[in-house]
Design a protein around this ligand. Structure first.
Ligand code: AMP
Length: 112
């Protein structure tokens, strides 16, 4: 099981914000902004580069979950950023697809 599969199975604790049949939202353990949470599919896709056409519905569900959880966290008006890190150059550290949702401060561009 991946770390995030263990969190989804409640084997490892996390600060869970919301959950659906096939996804879970929980706070990042090392927040990079006042609000920083992850949207994780319960079924492991290692990274977006390995997503298949048959994963399209699940990927759409993850983005809808990111937006609904962001609104729940009070970011709907102020805005937020959604980030997916893919592979070594992308800064991926956990090989289980996840969307970072980051907000509560002004984001900068370009990203680091
Ligand atoms: P990435 O570097 O894009 O693969 O993102 C992995 C994220 O998972 C990082 O932002 C970590 O801080 C976060 N993370 C690692 N372990 C945990 C955990 N046990 N609970 C919550 N977030 C975690």
């Amino acid at each position: 099981m991946t770390l995030f599969e263990k969190i989804a199975a409640k084997v490892i604790p996390a600060k869970i914000l919301a959950e659906g049949d096939d996804w879970i939202a929980f706070r990042d353990i090392a927040p990079q902004a006042p609000v920083h949470f992850l949207i994780v599919p319960k079924r492991c896709i290692p990274r977006i580069n390995e997503a298949a056409p048959s994963d399209a519905a699940l990927l759409g569900t993850l983005f809808a979950a990111a937006a609904s959880t962001a609104r729940q966290e009070g970011l709907g008006e102020s805005g937020y950023r959604i980030v997916i890190n893919n592979g070594p150059d992308g800064g991926e550290t956990v090989p289980h697809l996840h969307l970072h949702v980051i907000g509560g401060r002004q984001m900068t561009w370009p990203p680091g």
